[in-house]
Design a protein around this ligand. Structure first.
Ligand code: M6R
Length: 607
């Protein structure tokens, strides 16, 4: 996820874009950049880090121009460097592009363009767009953009300017949000309304495959070269709401992105016919991975629960012995490892001190280290031998939600990758890949039921203790559900394996302590039903997370939240979604400070 703002009008673009871009930093903040077009010349400014660090430097440059674009980056392809910061340009420095999204076929395009003589300055996928536009440029910028986009596969929200067609700004969209702001004698383009709301509330939402051409005196929007007359809408949100995409909290916005997170994680990585997963980040260690006989997965908090699910996946489908630990314990253990052990470190931030300390230990022992990381260029991604980015975009709320979904999806992909290196049959690889491709849609169907989940949450908001139970793949999901409820609602909650209830926790179950049972129709379903009956026999209320079509469960449980059917190993990726919503709506009903719960920090960089 990145932020884009562009301006064309009669005013000085610099302060307008600076203010707008600062509002979009929640979408990405590892580097930023501007391009101003003035009197046929382009001026560029790019820096690494948040805007506030170098804002004075930018202001002191006193850039002039009524036409400009800018971008705040959340790295996906290419490290966090000034060269990789947007805008990117063509060979001659005449065409400038800012982009949000992923160009899946950028490697092939880049090789082709290099063979045709183009010279690249960055490692990004975006730069191929600048060179493609250059290749097709024949005096009319929008025509070149249209032709260039026909060659790319992937997603984009983009804004393009050129010194060779200097009185226009061209914007285009496919699956990455982009809006046009219609002001008085000025037009703006932005990733979301928060960037432009201070100047205008009149917006047009660009749809997929549309290309907009903005000039000082007006604009046109085209789809397939045919002009599209679009309605101007008025935004009623205030600035803060706009930043959160109209949601009340970042946490809810992030939960609502969980379907997109799966889609972004798998984008360009699924080889359906071959039943394989392509993970470029593991290419450099592909051979060593073939010899690995044991994997240790390490993370903290929510990331640790992802590890736990990963352990089950790797053992069942890749046939590799796996174990899991939390960072703060692992570093004080004496783990038995040898040269055929690999360690996978899972972290959203890539900066969690306990996880990094465990990573250091493993590196000292000389074993292969892999990262499953969201933040590109973070310590974890730099320190591990190789790894896979989860591509979940910035997570702002302290409670981790969408990052977990990205981690689980990535671990499922790693399982297929390692499994297919070993005994996993083609048919099984294909099956998992096919089911992964369906997951974003399944996640969306759950998200659509959020009002029903809200009603259930409101019904249970006054209980002070909860149990969460699950078995096998959904045992870690139970732990996650309980952690989320504790973190943001301050209600006491415990997670347990369903089979453990009778070994102690049942003593606490009564009519005042509801149990959330994650019991999809899978290999442990019957066992979960026995556990639910144990709870009911003690007068405990039960909220079941069950598979669509299971009507029987309604006869035992007090409330049921349905999720669609998928492969057992992939169930946690979607069964966790209702638990995130449930915790959110309870905290919301109790009026908690959801995005910043007391006593907690987003990234725990101390031991
Ligand atoms: O950035 P990380 O994924 O390494 O963070 C790990 C934990 O600190 C994090 O998951 C924490 O447990 C969250 N507050 C959970 O919601």
């Amino acid at each position: 996820m990145c932020g884009i703002v562009g301006y064309i009008g009669n005013k000085d673009a610099s302060p307008i874009l600076l203010a707008g871009l600062k509002r979009l930093e929640y979408r990405g903040y590892d580097s930023y950049g501007f391009c101003f077009i003035n009197e046929g010349k382009a001026s560029l400014f790019k820096r690494v880090g948040k805007i506030e660090r170098t804002e004075k430097e930018f202001v002191d440059c006193n850039f002039k121009g009524n036409l400009a674009i800018c971008h705040s980056r959340w790295a996906t392809t290419g490290l966090v460097t000034e060269e990789n910061a947007h805008p990117h340009s063509d060979c001659k420095g005449e065409i400038f592009v800012v982009h949000n999204g992923i160009i899946e076929n950028y490697k092939e395009l880049r090789t082709k363009l290099i063979n045709e003589g183009h010279v690249f300055k960055s490692e990004t996928d975006t730069e191929v767009l600048a060179h493609l536009i250059e290749k097709h440029f024949d005096g009319v910028l929008e025509d070149a953009v249209r032709k260039a986009l026909k060659e790319v596969r992937g997603t984009y929200g983009l804004a393009v300017v050129s010194t060779k067609d200097p009185d226009k700004l061209v914007a285009a969209r496919l699956s990455s949000p982009l809006i046009i702001g219609v002001g008085v004698d000025e037009l703006l383009v932005a990733s979301d309304p928060s960037a432009i709301i201070a100047r205008t509330r009149q917006i047009i939402i660009l749809d997929d495959y549309e290309i907009a051409v903005l000039r000082k005196d007006g604009f046109n929007i085209f789809k397939e070269e045919v002009e599209n007359k679009k309605q101007i809408e008025t935004i009623e949100w205030d600035i803060e709401q706009a930043e959160k995409g109209g949601y009340e909290h970042f946490m809810l916005k992030e939960i609502m992105e969980e379907g997109n997170v799966i889609e972004d994680a798998i984008r360009g990585r699924m080889l359906k016919e071959e039943g394989l997963v392509k993970l470029g980040g593991l290419d450099s260690v592909e051979k060593e991975l073939r010899d690995i006989e044991k994997i240790i997965l390490i993370g903290c908090g929510t990331a640790h629960y992802a590890c736990k699910v990963g352990e089950y996946m790797l053992e069942e489908y890749a046939d590799i012995p796996a174990e899991t630990d939390i960072g703060s314990e692992f570093r004080y253990r004496k783990p038995v490892v040898d040269k055929n052990t690999a360690a996978i470190f899972v972290s959203q931030s890539g900066e969690t001190a306990d996880t990094l300390a465990a990573l250091k230990e493993m590196k000292e022992k000389g074993i292969l280290t892999l990262g499953v990381t969201n933040v590109v260029g973070s310590s974890q991604s730099r320190e591990t031998n190789a790894g896979v980015y989860t591509r979940s975009g910035p997570e702002i709320a302290v409670a981790s939600t969408k990052a977990l979904v990205g981690q689980l999806t990535t671990l499922a992909m790693i399982t297929v990758y390692l499994g297919r290196q070993r005994e996993m049959a083609l048919v099984m690889g294909k099956r998992i890949v096919e089911e992964l491709i369906k997951l974003p849609q399944l996640a969306e169907t759950i998200l659509k039921t959020r009002e029903d989940i809200k009603k259930i949450a409101e019904k249970y908001k006054d209980y002070r203790d909860f149990w969460y139970i699950g078995r096998k793949y959904n045992f870690p999901v139970a732990l996650e559900g309980a952690l989320k409820l504790k973190e943001i609602s301050y209600i006491h909650a415990e997670g347990a394996a369903g089979g453990e209830l009778k070994h102690g926790p049942l003593a606490l179950v009564d009519e005042n302590c509801p149990t959330i049972a994650i019991c999809p129709t899978d290999s442990v379903y019957e066992k979960m039903i026995s556990n639910i009956e144990e709870v009911k026999a003690r007068k405990g209320k039960v909220i079941a997370i069950a598979t669509e079509g299971n009507e029987e469960i309604g006869k035992i449980a007090d409330d049921v939240i349905y999720i669609p059917k998928t492969l057992e190993m992939l169930t946690p990726i979607i069964s966790v979604i209702p638990l995130h919503l449930f915790a959110y709506y309870i905290a919301s009903a109790l009026g908690r400070d959801i995005d910043k719960p007391k006593n907690l920090a987003k990234s725990v960089t101390v031991e």
